[in-house]
Design a protein around this ligand. Sequence first.
Ligand code: CUV
Ligand code: SF4
Length: 623
Amino acid sequence: MIDPRTDVSITSDGNLLFDKAVKDNVETVWHRHEAQQPQCGFCDMGLSCRICIMGPCRVDPFGQGPQTGVCGADADIIVARNLCRMIAAGAASHSDHGRDLVEVLEAVSKGEAPGYKIRSEEKLRRVAREYGIQTEGKDVLTVAGELADAMMEDYGMRRKSVTLVNRAPEKRRKVWEKAGITPRGIDRETSEMMHRTHMGVDNDWVSLLTQGLRNALSDGWGGSMIATEVSDILFGVPAPKPTMVNAGVLKKGQVNIVVHGHNPVVSEMVSKACISEEMLALAKAKGAAGINLVGVCCTGNELLMRRGIAMAGNHLMTELILSTGAVDMMIVDYQCIMPSIGKAAACYHTKMISTSDKARFPGMEHHEFHPDNAEEKAKTLVKAAIENFGNRKQVYIPVAPQEAVGGFSIETILGALGGTPAPLIDAIKAGKIRGAVGVVGCNNPKIKHDYGHVTLIKKLIENDILVVDTGCVSVASAKAGFKVPSAIEMAGPGLKEICGALGIPPVLHLGSCVDNVRILVLVSALADALGVDISDLPVAGSAPEWYSEKAVTIGVYCVASGITTHLGPMPPVTGSMNVVKLLTEGLNDVVGATFGVEPDPEKAAVFLIRVIEKKRKALGLDS
Ligand code: CUV
Ligand code: SF4
C-alpha cells in the first residue's frame, strides 16, 4: 500500500505510526474516509430520511426535485427528526452506561460484586441525601442499596423530574419549567423522542426540537450525572495526579495492556489485577519487567482521573497504537470502538478482547464481565496478556512520553480553593481570568488529528481564558504540553498569575465524556455564588472535532443549560434554515444560549472570546 499522506495528525506519534501502519498494510480510518468520498450531500444536510419503508426519501435542497418525502414530511420535519434521533441515541448511550454503574452499586449493596466496594462513603452519603434518603445511623451498604433503588426510579416514569436537576440554579430550573423541558425520566425522554420521530407523530419541527432539549437534559442532569457520581462512589473521587501521555507510554520491556471504551466497571478490575503480586510474579517469570496498563479514549480518562494511569491516545490513535506491535492485549467495553480494530490487530500479535454483553466486534475474543465475575475475569485476561508477551515480533515505539497532570474533580478544585468558588470568582471579577471554556469531544478524520483542539486551546489560554477539558480533547491538550504547571508560560498574564499561585496548569482535565457533568456542577456553583443564572456567566463550550451522537447530546444539554457552545464540524442540519436559525439564534430567547459552528479553530477562538466578553459586560464586570 502506498500512501502519499505524511501529515494526518499534528502529533508526531500520530504521523509516525500512520506511516508504520501504511508500511504494514494496516487499513486506517483515514483510508476508509477517503474511500467514502464524495459523501452523500443529502445526508450531510440532514435531508434524507429512512425512518419508514415507504421511503427512503430525499428532499432536493435546490428546490427543483421533491420537497417532501412520500409521507409528506418537508425539509424542516426531516432535518429535525434526524437531529432528534441523534440526540436520543447519544442520551441512550450515556444513560445506559450510567445504568450499568447503578447495577454494580446495587450488586455491591447485596454483597454480590466481589472486588468492587464503596470507595467514597462521604460521596455516597452526600448523593443519597440529595435523593432524600435518610442516611444517619444506616450502614454504608444499606445506603448504597437505597441509593441504587432511587436512581433506578430516575430512569422510569414515576417522577415529575429526574432528581439531580435540583443541582441546577433555581433560575435555570425556572427557565426549564417555562419552556416545558424539565426532564421527567431518563429512559422516558429517550423513548418519547423515538416515539415522536416515528412516521406520523410529531410533525412540528419546533416541538420536536423542544423534546430534543428535554431528552438531552435527561442525559446531562440524569444518566451522565448518575454515571459520574456512581463511578466516584465506587472507584473514588478524583484528585490531581501526575501521569504520562502519547504512544510513548507503551513500554518495550513490559507487558502492555490497553483498555479502550468508556465504562470503568471493567477497566477498574483490570487495573486491580495488573498490580496484584501474583500477576507481577507471573510477568517476571515470562521475562517481562512488569505490567504496563494504559488507556485510550474515555475508559482511559476514567483510569487517568482516579489512578493516574497513562493515556496512549485518543479516538484517531486507537488503530495506530496497535501498529506499534507493542500491545499484548487490548480490552474493550463499549462506545467509540471502531469495528476495524480487530482487523488492524490481526497484523500483529495483539489479543483483542470484548467484555460487554451489549458490544461485540469482529476479530475479538468475547469474555463477558458481570459484577459477580469481573474480578476473576480480569485476572484471567491479564494472565493471557502476559502469556502473549513472548509472541511479540517487531516493536516500534517512536516517541518519548509527555508529562501531564489529570484528575480534577469539582470537589478537589473547590477544595484547592478553600472549599468555595470565591477565589475563582474574585479572579474572574478582577479580569485576571476573563472566563472559562469547556473544550470537549472527539476526533474526526475530516479534521487533521488534534489540530482543532490544540489550536483553539492555545488561543484561549493566551487570552486569559481558563480551559477545562474532557474526552478525546484531554489527550490532545496533554500531548501538546498544556497540562503541566509550567504550561502557564503559554497563558496570558492574568491566567498565568492565578494558575501559578495555585500551582495548577491552565488547562484542567475533568475526565471522560460523562464527566462533562462536572462542568455543569461547576458552573452551577459559580452561578449560585454570584446569584445569577448559568447563562449569565462568562463561560462557553466547544467541541472542535466532534463526531459522535453522544457529542450532539452533550452539546444540546450544554446549550439547554445556558452554555453557548461552539461546534467544529457542522451537524447535519443545513437542509433546514428554520432549524439552523433556531439552533444558532432562536434558542437564545428560550434558554439564553445558542450554538455557533466554525470549522476554523482560530476563528472559533474569536467567537468564544466574544461570547465571554459580552457576558462580562452584561454582568458589569469591567465597568
Ligand atoms: Ni467519550 S465520544 S471519541 S471516546 S470524546 Fe472521544 Fe470519549 Fe468522542 Fe468517543
Ligand atoms: Fe420517507 Fe416519510 Fe418514510 Fe421518512 S418517514 S422515509 S420521509 S415516507
